[in-house]
Design a binder for this molecule. Structure first.
Ligand SMILES: Cc1cc2nc3c(=O)[nH]c(=O)nc-3n(C[C@H](O)[C@H](O)[C@H](O)COP(=O)(O)OP(=O)(O)OC[C@H]3O[C@@H](n4cnc5c(N)ncnc54)[C@H](O)[C@@H]3O)c2cc1C
Length: 566
């Protein structure tokens, strides 16, 4: 499905031109000679399928190429230089809400590195793996389980098929103490736009600290290859966390602004003291509802927001409060007990705090099965309901998430959270192998970073909430503790792409939020096509330096031109 272009793109004139006719055919033939004809998709239908996005705009590509090695990536880059055609690299291409697998220009070559899926090295002593870009979260989880499960990798709550390396390059995040993915990436191998291979950290191939000492010696180059367009990453070291003796999941439900404010300040104190090491996620009720139910069909068809009274009813029927947090506590049994006590002390009176250890999570899982077997009826259903009431007032659909989230807190990927991308879709999410772009879901993310204080959180929420309302959307927000000093305010715009008016309104809301946040000096933790097309990049000294590097490394502007405004 081809969407209308509601975002402007004033960059097109300055970028490599698409190949047409005989040129295009020759290009595809030469690509096929590098990777094998079965690994190039150039038929218009196929390209259209790969170009599907969750954002309002999509840009058809000229070909999708699946190389199998760094040498093939290098050859593709040299070929693109000769043909002067733009190449956009993706590891797995599940970048939903940020541009999915699209280039900024039409008719670019999309490079998907999913065939490069080897776990090249595993060092159990120093706790790292070296992976290629195609290695998925599920693959790494299974591999570590096979190795005895003594080590765990952090994962996102996006797809189990997401790329470990692709997400780290985009500075994505998860839940465990290693949830800042780029911070735990060490030793990057990159193909430059001219096809040369570069290793970060100034390290030779045989340097023994290549995957253990992130900074190497001299200027640290790694950052240049994250969120940019200076190279195609083909290999990286990923640090692993020793599996702790004990993991306890905690939930905190807060009601109203004052409690949210107090909870954020208390969590900051706990994180600064090292008591809370996980990346606590605190979602508002709408975002949690998107995980467990469908948008009311009558309102979806009309393309309007859920009115406050009806939202309140939905919240009540699922037993939700205004904001619900989930986090993990890690350590030995003694450490976890001490941390639980400190957390309970700090959050006293600041909401409904609950702890779930392995046994309680398993019990919750059994209870949900009992409920499902009874279909909520008869003696069994009544018994399940009565037992649940002793544990939580939340609906079974939310109780069912506990085991999933307990797994995520230990690096086990899940499909459960991705279901939220289907919230406003007419199509119900499939049981697994979810793909919101393939299935025509509408979703965009904006994620400003804010200092971690209750005051700052309130200020940012006060800026964005009226804009959601003015555009007839419900505020969907999640505050994630990225480090003890910074929160990411993840804003989700769910829309129905089949509802023409709503698609345009979603774009307008995105632009309004972007402009308002920029006017107050906020930076986004991560960008995407909607962001790069709705505002110009900075014109400061840093932007000048980056432009100079791009000019030097990629004078023809072949590699992902315009990405992050570079
Ligand atoms: C419901 C939902 C929940 C989500 N939850 C999370 C979450 O918890 N945390 C999170 O971080 N994200 C989350 N996401 C966003 C997104 O789905 C993930 O970040 C996902 O990991 C990105 O897809 P990917 O891993 O396949 O990476 P890719 O799409 O392959 O890569 C991401 C970006 O990095 C660049 N890139 C990738 N590989 C390379 C390379 N080898 N060289 C150069 N550049 C490269 C690409 O240009 C691309 O734009 C969520 C999305 C949805 C819809």
């Amino acid at each position: 499905m081809q969407h209308a272009h509601s975002f402007s793109n004033d960059l097109n004139g300055t970028l490599p031109r698409p190949q047409t006719g005989a040129h295009a055919n020759r290009l595809v033939e030469e690509l096929a000679a590098i990777v094998g004809p079965e690994h190039v998709a150039a038929e218009p239908d196929c390209c259209a399928l790969h170009s599907r996005t969750t954002e309002p705009d999509s840009r058809a590509c000229q070909a999708v190429v699946f190389p199998a090695s760094a040498e093939e990536v290098s050859a593709v880059m040299r070929l693109a230089q000769r043909h002067r055609v733009a190449v956009w690299p993706f590891s797995r291409g599940n970048n939903w809400g940020y541009g999915t697998k699209n280039a900024l220009q039409r008719d670019a070559i999309i490079l998907v590195l999913q065939r490069m899926d080897r776990i090249v090295e595993f060092d159990p002593q120093l706790a790292y793996v070296v992976v290629e870009p195609g290695v998925t979260q599920q693959q790494l989880y299974d591999f570590l389980a096979e190795q005895g499960g003594h080590l765990m990798a952090d994962c996102t709550d996006s797809t189990p098929f997401g790329s470990v390396l692709g997400n780290a390059l985009e500075r994505g995040y998860g839940y465990t103490p290693y949830g800042d993915h780029f911070a735990h990436l060490c030793g990057l191998e990159v193909v430059l736009p001219d096809g040369r291979l570069l290793r970060t950290g100034g390290a030779q191939e045989r340097c023994p600290t290549r995957y253990t000492h992130k900074w190497g010696s001299g200027p640290a180059l790694e950052g240049l290859f994250s969120q940019g367009n200076l190279g195609v990453a083909v290999k990286a070291g990923i640090w692993l966390h020793p599996r702790p003796e004990r993991v306890v999941l905690f939930t905190l439900d807060v009601e109203g602004e004052a409690q949210l404010h107090a909870a954020i300040d208390a969590l900051r104190g706990l994180a600064l003291a090292g008591t809370v090491q996980s990346h606590v996620h605190m979602a508002n009720a709408l975002q949690t509802l998107s995980l467990v139910c469908r948008y009311p069909p009558d309102l979806r068809e009309r393309g309007t927001a859920i009115p406050p009274g009806r939202l309140q009813d939905m919240k009540r029927s699922y037993g939700l409060s205004d904001w619900g947090a989930v986090g993990g506590i890690y350590g030995t049994a003694g450490e976890v007990r001490a941390r639980q006590r400190a957390i309970a002390r700090a959050l006293r009176g600041g909401g409904d705090l609950r702890f779930f250890d392995e046994r309680e999570v398993a019990r919750a899982g059994r209870l949900v099965k009992m409920w499902q077997r009874s279909s909520g009826r008869g003696m069994l259903g009544a018994a399940a309901k009565a037992i649940k009431r002793q544990v939580t007032r939340k609906d079974f659909a939310l109780v069912a998430l506990l085991p999933e989230m307990y797994g995520v807190l230990q690096g086990q990927p899940t499909w459960s959270v991705l279901r939220s991308a289907y919230f406003k879709s007419a199509l119900a999410p499939p049981a697994d192998n979810l793909d919101p772009a393939r299935d025509g879901c509408g979703l965009m993310w904006l994620a400003p970073a804010i200092p971690m204080t209750g005051d700052h959180a309130r200020k940012a929420l006060d800026l964005v909430a009226p804009l959601f309302e003015a555009h007839d959307f419900n505020l969907s927000a999640c505050l994630t503790m990225m480090n003890p000093r910074t929160l990411f305010l993840l804003l989700g715009i769910f829309y129905d792409p089949l509802h023409g008016g709503e698609r345009e309104r979603a774009s307008q809301l995105y632009r309004a939020l972007h402009a308002e946040l920029a006017a107050h000096g906020y930076q986004h933790y991560r960008g995407g096509i909607p962001a790069w097309t709705c505002a110009a990049g900075a014109r400061d000294a840093a932007a000048g330096v980056l432009a100079g590097m791009k000019e030097r490394l990629d004078p023809a502007g072949i590699l992902a031109p315009g990405r992050y405004h570079i």
